[in-house]
Design a protein around this ligand. Structure first.
Ligand code: SF4
Length: 601
């Protein structure tokens, strides 16, 4: 009998045949890795073929649910998509919210893992009857949203769809998987699905799952719901993450023109809060939310006359200041185009910004590709998303691989860590975040390390990284590991005053386990370490825990006149301290004996 909230099994499907088998998940594994990103790391270690390429047929692609999915707990309708990333060659996990999470779990499984390659473009169907393949050749080249609509009409009521756009079919290394208009965005999971000849996975509920303490869960859900209306989430409700844009610009942490600057003159126009009609800002037309969420951080903006786009800080940063583009309509149009093509906005913006700098320096022959030119941004996106030109194909590989092809010194300003393009946080002015980005197993990532919170807290000097920054980076990594495994939305994090204890209580009421906050702290460390162990097995090297040379050799002068420098020596010292506190050796590998405790064998 599995613990409450669990089915105690994963479905392992073969896309080559449409058949599947069941993998029992023992209670001790579920308790050790919980679900979502944590259980996904365990599944990838167990079911991925060691050394196989991310786009090989044998590669594993896991859709992982959690014990909280299907409960009334706010923001819990989430799932993780986990695979080896075609951008980094290491573990990637992307979280997303929608009814797909609930329907996928209620197929009767804690995870659905897909291996193999279908003989032609197909849809994998999963419901109570098992798995089957459906011919999808009529959907070639369709957007994920079109695919979703068409399949739901074709399949009928109750089916939920996760699909790829044209970029996933073409193997663009930062292609996304979309569902209900939401995206599992980072790391190229759409390319992994495309390499399996799967246009979509469709799931339908067929089972029920009980919690250990239904009354306790309902009481906790009511309490959490009330707290979710409070001041800790006000920013997300009122303006969303776009609120960061002006705040980051004011403190010189808004990466601009491929990290050549940290402030952007056109930030005001992109900030989405212009009330003066003389200012042609972005026009917000609606607010929305993920399934089962009481916060509602999604802000919808008008794109031109017809379309609408969801706007968050990261897509505006990546397609705006990072590319030097200050035209709000162009940034919104580019964002909508990324959704249609099915590509990650951060990697797309970062790679295009790098290419703009290459063109500026005469390293690639594309004089039209200029910083600040909206038409160039949109043309580059189209060339990437359709692999329409040699330049588009080059940029579809991401900035790391493209810089290896272009050569000269272009790698020194390629904006990535481990191959994953950098989010909108300037490491030279955020030293805790610099460490968080460098050591993160997923690559340059702001969701698995929230170390920027410590930098912005005012409690430590964000320009003078040291032991306090290391401790903060570890704490935020551990918190993210648990939130991403439970799974709860990170935007809820501010409502918890004693998070590990409170999360343990939530997990206990769902599962019936006598889990404590201390146990969850150990669980967090286990999950972070398991991801590192997976990466080491797949070829991680100590030099992968590092930042682009530009950030360590080019100081920034702040508006205050203070010079922000992040030297290689400072970063090295913080990484060494991180390794020591994490129980790793000088090269970042687990000390002997540690791995035996991970239940990976
Ligand atoms: S806060 Fe935003 S991202 Fe989080 S679950 Fe709610 S709508 Fe989705």
């Amino acid at each position: 009998m599995p613990a409450g909230g669990y089915f105690g099994r994963a479905l392992v499907a073969d896309a080559a045949t449409g058949t599947s088998a069941t993998l029992p998940l023992a209670d001790e594994i579920l308790r050790a890795y919980i679900g979502g990103a944590g259980l996904g790391a365990w599944l990838l270690y167990r079911l991925g073929t060691p050394g196989a390429g991310a786009l090989d047929a044998t590669a594993a692609l896991a859709f992982v649910f959690s014990p909280l999915v299907g409960t009334p707990l706010t923001t819990s309708a989430k799932f993780a998509v986990v695979a080896k990333s075609p951008l980094t060659g290491m573990l990637t996990d992307a979280l997303a919210s929608s009814q797909f999470a609930i329907a996928g779990k209620l197929t009767g499984h804690d995870a659905i893992v897909v291996r193999g390659r279908a003989p032609q473009l197909s849809v994998l169907l999963v419901d109570g009857g098992g798995t089957a393949l459906l011919d999808a050749r009529h959907l070639v080249g369709r957007t994920a949203a079109e695919t979703d609509n068409e399949l739901r009409e074709q399949l009928g009521r109750g089916w939920r769809v996760a699909a790829i756009g044209p970029a996933g079919e073409l193997g663009i290394r930062y292609a996304t998987i979309s569902h209900d208009g939401r995206h599992a965005g980072r790391g190229g999971l759409g390319a992994v699905m495309g390499a399996k000849n799967l246009k979509a996975i469709a799931v339908r509920s067929a089972a029920k799952v009980a919690t250990a303490d239904p009354r306790g869960v309902i009481a906790a859900a009511r309490d959490l719901r009330e707290r979710s209306f409070g001041p800790a989430t006000a920013k997300y409700r009122e303006l969303g993450t776009l609120a960061n844009l002006l705040a980051f610009n004011a403190i010189a942490t808004l990466p601009t023109r491929n990290f050549q600057a940290a402030t952007f003159d056109g930030a005001d126009r992109l900030a989405g809060q212009a009330t003066d009609e003389a200012v042609e800002g972005m026009r917000r037309v609606a607010r929305s939310s993920c399934a089962s969420c009481t916060i509602g951080c999604e802000h919808i903006y008008q794109v031109g006359r017809g379309k609408k786009a969801r706007v968050e800080y990261e897509n505006v940063f990546a397609l705006g200041p990072m590319c030097g583009v200050g035209d709000p309509d162009a940034v919104l149009a580019a964002s909508a185009r990324c959704d249609e093509l099915g590509i990650d906005t951060i990697s797309a913006g970062g790679t295009i910004a790098w290419a703009m700098e290459c063109a500026q320096r005469g390293l690639i022959d594309a004089p039209w590709l200029r910083f600040g030119d909206p038409a160039a941004l949109l043309r580059a996106l189209d060339e990437i998303g359709t692999r329409g030109t040699p330049l588009g194909s080059l940029l579809g590989e991401g900035s790391r691989q493209a810089s290896r092809t272009v050569g000269a010194d272009s790698a020194s300003f390629a904006p990535h860590v481990k191959g994953l393009e950098m989010p909108g946080y300037e490491p030279r002015t955020l030293h805790a975040m610099a460490l968080g980005l460098a050591v993160n197993t997923r690559g340059a990532d702001h969701n698995r390390s929230g170390a920027y919170e410590a930098d912005l807290s005012g409690d430590l000097d964000r320009l003078d990284g040291g032991d306090a920054h290391v401790a903060a980076a570890i704490e935020t990594e551990d918190r993210a590991a648990i939130m991403d495994s439970l799974i709860l939305c990170k935007f809820l994090r501010g409502v918890f005053t004693d998070p590990f204890r409170e999360w343990a209580e939530l997990l206990a009421s769902v599962t019936g386990w006598d889990v404590t906050g201390e146990e969850l702290r150990a669980t967090a460390r286990r999950i972070v370490l398991a991801k590192r162990v997976y990466n080491i097995r797949e070829g991680w090297q100590p030099s992968d825990d590092w930042l682009p040379d530009r950030l360590l050799t080019e100081p920034l002068t702040l508006p205050s006149g203070r010079v922000a420098t992040l030297t290689a020596d400072r970063l090295r010292a913080m990484i060494d301290a991180y390794y020591s506190k994490r129980g790793l050796d000088h090269d970042g590998r687990p000390v002997p004996g540690t791995v035996d405790d991970l239940s990976l064998a």
